[in-house]
Design a protein around this ligand. Structure first.
Ligand SMILES: [Zn+2]
Length: 461
């Protein structure tokens, strides 16, 4: 019952996101494509806020983390060295009747409960047989699990075939690893330090679904934090605290967040310790928002071996040379946006009428202030235009002249605009306007010359 209720919220949220310009189904006029989504004008603003809050907190506000923007298509040797060509596989099973394809570990999780990520293929096949797991689509018999590499292949240059094959990056991390020495030397960085990168990554997922939770194209915000071997544990724990604080700053409820440690079987080939920060999504399941992995010196050593280049650090005081250890906090932007939307969505009854509100943090909201002239009469437009221009110089704002004031409030409640200003006929006499707070719906009469200062107090705390 609760489950039903909760998918209902997701359905409403999807419809709101489309109606209000937050998230659109990708390739909509062609009936969509492979679980891809496009950010609308307001979703683009929200994503920019999430990204900026991340960059300010983790790069801008500290000394020892620098940014990088590496290419999406790189020398395919990068993916050989990283182990992705060999190991980046999901267990694929087919239905022998309807030919539908599934991810074996997810099917088991659905049927038996628990987590089966990273389980060897033969164990997955065995568990499917032992537990009589059938095709969820038609009830048909399932094949043995086999390897399916999740990297997107492409060709570079005009000739297809061996030698021209390349991949779209499945993670932003490797661009950081192969640039390690260039970044460290050009910026004269001393360990411990971090390199941060925000950008698109691509995974040819077998199973997608749940709105923007697992699209095949997504945006990562990653840091590789290089430290002295032996200090990785302490940095790992500090990154856990920092990641938690970041998600709280986005407005997520602490009671819907938890840490989950990866079991031995589930650990990636490069990691000796991984934890996921999970969020309780409205479809009733915990889902990963962020992972912190201790990647040891695996990646730098792999790239050094395949490239023949030294990827080491020399301590300027002791002259000791070593390959640094790496702690990697890896954040997903799409999932952060989805969790924020789920957390912020609420329905309320006000004087017998239903209102839908996105209770977004002001830092995350796409539009901070809306300005409504009560009517389209020239006199009111003449007063509200300079007010709007003043506000727009400071914060993302939207002028709104269409429909009744009630309808305009409803529209802005749905996109989470924290403050709406109404310019009415009294404004012509008292040179003031009414500011309405989204959450309390309390209204203040504020003089126009004090308006920017009033909003500064509320928005730029
Ligand atoms: Zn089937």
């Amino acid at each position: 019952m609760a489950q039903n209720n909760e998918s209902e919220i997701l359905r409403k949220l999807k419809s709101l996101c489309k109606r209000r310009g937050i998230i659109f189904p990708g390739s909509e006029i062609y009936q969509g494509f492979a679980n891809q989504w496009d950010l609308g004008p307001l979703g683009t603003e929200m994503a920019r806020n999430i990204r900026t809050m991340w960059w300010d907190r983790f790069v801008q506000d500290r000394e020892a983390i620098v940014g990088l923007d590496s290419a999406i298509i790189v020398n395919p040797k990068v993916w050989q060295a990283s182990g992705h060509v060999e190991n980046f596989n999901d267990p694929l099973v087919d239905c022998k009747d309807c030919r539908e394809r599934f991810r074996g570990d997810y099917l088991l999780a659905e049927e038996l409960g628990g987590n089966f990520d990273g389980l060897p293929l033969e164990h997955i096949s065995k568990l499917i047989a032992e537990n009589n797991v059938c095709c969820p689509n038609c009830g048909g018999q399932l094949s043995q699990a086999r390897k399916f590499n999740c990297m997107f292949k492409t060709h570079v240059g005009p000739v297809e075939g061996a030698g021209s094959e390349a991949y779209l990056r499945p993670e932003t991390a490797q661009g950081i690893f192969y640039n390690f020495a260039l970044v460290q030397q050009s910026m004269r960085l001393r360990i411990p330090f971090g390199i941060a990168q925000v950008g698109k990554a691509f995974r040819n997922e077998i199973t997608t679904g749940n709105f923007v939770f697992r699209p095949r194209e997504f945006e990562q915000m990653e840091i590789e934090y290089f430290c002295r071997p032996g200090t990785d544990r302490e940095h790992f724990e500090r990154w856990q605290e920092e990641a938690w604080e970041y998600y709280i700053s986005l407005g997520l409820s602490a009671e819907k967040l938890r840490w989950r440690q990866h079991g031995k079987e589930e650990l990636s080939h490069y990691s000796n310790r991984t934890v996921d920060l999970e969020y309780l999504f409205p479809w009733g399941k915990w889902g990963e928002l962020e992972g912190i992995a201790s990647r040891t010196d695996y990646d730098l050593k792999q790239h050094a071996a395949l490239s023949g280049q030294k990827l080491e650090y020399e301590d300027p005081q002791t002259r000791e040379r070593y390959v640094p250890y790496v702690v990697e906090p890896s954040f997903g932007l799409n999932r952060a946006l989805l969790a924020i939307l789920c957390d912020a969505y609420r329905e309320e009854e006000v004087r017998g009428e239903k209102r839908v509100v996105l209770g977004l943090k002001t830092e995350v909201a796409a539009c901070k202030v809306a300005v409504f002239p009560l009517s389209k009469k020239d006199k009111l437009v003449a007063v509200s235009k300079p007010l709007f221009d003043d506000i727009r110089k400071r914060w993302p704002a939207i002028p709104d002249t269409i429909g009744s004031i009630g309808k305009r409030y409803r529209r802005h409640d749905e996109i989470g605009t924290p403050y709406c200003i109404t310019v009415d006929f009294e404004t012509l006499d008292d040179n003031a306007a009414t500011v309405r707070n989204r959450d309390s719906m309390q209204q203040d009469r504020v003089s126009l010359d004090r308006m920017v200062g009033y909003l500064e107090d509320k928005l730029d705390r």
